[in-house]
Design a protein around this ligand. Structure first.
Ligand code: GCB
Length: 617
């Protein structure tokens, strides 16, 4: 069934670093094997940048779904993939016919959403659910039709009109399939097999402290494009010359001699560049934009034209650099007053997937006085990033290389790199995104260093206009002296670490703690915090009370003021979030309670402590 041709057009070299040899470049043939291992198919084509600026038709709305615990819609009773699985969406043709499923008589669920909060039977479910949607379309002759998914968690197989359209792994990044040859004028249907079972070689792996929401969790769109189209582009301010912009563009095909026109009317920019034999082009533009900043999040209307068609965008211009232990925004030192956030709705759990969901959480962040958010632990939905950009909130964006990754498995590496690539591709022109983070709390080993070193090098190769970081851990040098000692220091621009003094260790230790970060780089404390059940009051020594959490924040903020080179913090976390690891009845009830705001929107006492600390920064 999966006899699709393996993608032969490998665009990027897979560079694998080891700490011992520093650079070891795998041969191109290994790339093909890796692509095969991660399921890249001929139909999954490189991601389109700036999806909101394209010609799209939404396939959001009610989709029929079938819960398939044993994947009997996919495998026969000998576990061989079937030719006539549920993807054919068959109907009995005669009264004798045996067909044991019927999408049209099955329940519906809105897309985008997650099945865990949409169907009470599926709250803990991890497995396969089939989705089906009917749609009409009228593709114009000579055009191409792409099918775009904002995200499907975790693995998706997609068929259009019963024919395989593609396969994708990774639950938080977008992908698009070329379905031109599968769609027909008039009635069509799309079937998606979604599977969110966890496996040790996945990214993230089998254990992680958040809810494994399954489903088609972000928008589904049909995209109409010309045969040769602008795949993606980047328009960035020079790091130091604020009168200079760098533009680069990539077409979907190696089409030479194509004229790409860039206009920014407000800056009187109207320039054309011609593509080379590989279908790419770059040029520098003289312009002196008003700089994007939290105080003034100025965006300019930009149009990218090719063959009479334009992609429109809103782009801000800023520079982000470091100098010694400082982070510089537009050349000026900035302290990043941040908060960590999961991509969950503001109230009651469930995956967030709209601007409205973003607005509430960003409003709380702004009330705290934040100019920065850590979008943990995976790329959040695009609405969140764009709304933060509009509101002037800087972003740390991260891939789910979390805890116990299978460091030596090449397919795991390729999966992580693909997620990193697509996170960067999607948000390459977002002015507010200043940090790409490649990992969270990973155990030290040579294999881990090789894996992460390679990811960091890859990220820098794709985007040298932003900073690279990762959430490290401190290793105690002695009982009250904390030293950061991580080989990954060599690869990051910003040294970040998580610490939980006061929660996983006695809060009274905080005043005695000393810190040593022996690197001449800015420092972000990417997590600290502790849990409290909103409305539970008592002595500051009583765990789970708001007073305990309040005191923890008082002690921690005082302690952090002594960290040399502290350039920002993103305490853990804005809002209580769903986690299967948090089982304590009456307190947790499957929520991680480290939020400053409860799952039903109540602000806890510690909220005011952090707010006051940020007011003084
Ligand atoms: C951490 C993790 C985060 C957890 C948090 C906690 O260090 O990075 O994902 O949720 O601790 O609550 O323990």
């Amino acid at each position: 069934m999966d006899s699709c041709v393996i993608l032969t057009k490998i665009r990027f070299y897979f560079v694998y670093l080891t700490m011992k040899t520093n650079y070891l470049i795998l041969k191109a043939s290994a790339l093909l094997l890796l692509a095969a291992a991660t399921g890249l198919r001929a139909e999954e084509i490189p991601l389109l940048g700036n999806i909101p600026g394209r010609h799209t038709v939404s396939l959001n709305g009610e989709w029929n779904y079938i819960v398939d615990v044993q994947e009997e819609g996919y495998y026969d009773y000998r576990m061989n993939p079937m030719r006539d699985g549920f993807f054919l969406n068959r109907k009995p043709q005669t009264p004798k016919d045996l067909i044991e499923y019927d999408f049209d008589k099955s329940d519906t669920m809105p897309v985008p959403s997650d099945w865990n909060t949409r169907d009470p039977r599926l709250f803990f479910y991890e497995g396969t659910v089939w989705f089906k949607k009917d749609f009409t379309c009228h593709p114009a002759a000579g055009r191409r039709t792409l099918l775009y998914f904002g995200a499907v968690n975790y693995e998706a197989h997609v068929w259009v009109n019963g024919k395989k359209a593609g396969h994708h792994v990774g639950g938080f990044t977008p992908f698009n399939l070329d379905v031109t040859d599968l769609v027909r004028d008039g009635d069509n249907f799309v079937v998606v097999k979604v599977d969110n079972k966890r496996h040790p070689e996945d990214v993230p792996t089998q254990i992680f402290d958040w809810w494994n929401y399954g489903g088609i969790t972000r928008d589904v769109l049909l995209v109409d494009v010309a045969p040769v189209y602008v795949e993606n582009y980047s328009l960035q301010l020079d790091r130091t010359d604020f009168g200079l912009l760098h533009f680069s563009v990539r077409l979907n095909a190696p089409a030479a001699g194509k004229k790409v026109r860039v206009t920014i009317p407000e800056l009187q920019v109207d320039r054309t560049v011609v593509t080379g034999a590989d279908g790419t082009a770059r040029m520098d533009l003289k312009a002196r934009p008003e700089l994007w900043s939290p105080a003034s999040p100025k965006l300019y209307a930009v149009a990218i034209g090719l063959d009479g068609e334009t992609v429109t965008d809103q782009i801000g211009f800023r520079s982000i650099t470091t100098r010694g232990k400082q982070i510089l925004l537009n050349g000026e030192p900035i302290f990043l007053k941040g908060i960590s956030i999961h991509d969950e709705k503001a109230f009651g759990g469930g995956r967030a997937n709209s601007t409205a969901d973003a607005v509430v959480r960003l409003q709380w962040a702004r009330e705290l006085g934040c100019n920065f958010v850590r979008l943990a632990h995976y790329p959040h939905n695009e609405y969140m990033v764009r709304e933060a950009e509009r509101e002037g909130i800087l972003v740390w964006s991260e891939i789910p290389v979390y805890w116990t990754i299978a460091w030596t498995n090449p397919a795991t590496y390729q999966n992580a790199q693909d997620q990193l690539r697509d996170m960067i591709e999607r948000d390459i022109n977002r002015a507010n995104v200043i940090i790409w983070s490649i990992a969270n709390e990973t155990p030290h080993s040579d294999e881990r260093d090789a894996f992460l070193g390679s990811l960091a090098t890859y990220a820098r190769g794709r985007d040298d206009s932003r900073l690279i970081s990762m959430a490290m851990e401190v290793t105690s040098a002695s009982n009250f002296h904390n030293r950061l000692n991580d080989n990954m220091n060599a690869f990051v621009d910003v040294v970040s670490f998580n610490q939980y003094i006061g929660w996983y260790r006695d809060v009274d230790d905080a005043p005695r703690m000393t810190w040593e970060i022996p690197y001449d780089k800015p420092v972000i404390v990417s997590e600290f915090g502790g849990g409290a059940r909103a409305g539970l009051h008592g002595d500051k020594g009583q765990r789970w009370t708001e007073e305990f959490q309040e005191n923890l924040y008082i002690q921690n903020t005082a302690m952090l003021d002594k960290v040399e080179g502290l350039a920002g913090t993103t305490p853990w976390i804005l809002k209580d979030f769903r986690s299967p690891r948090r089982v304590l009845p009456e307190i947790q009830d499957y929520y991680n309670r480290k939020g400053l705001v409860s799952d039903d929107g109540q602000k806890k006492k510690a909220f005011m402590v952090l707010k006051a600390w940020y007011e003084g920064k």
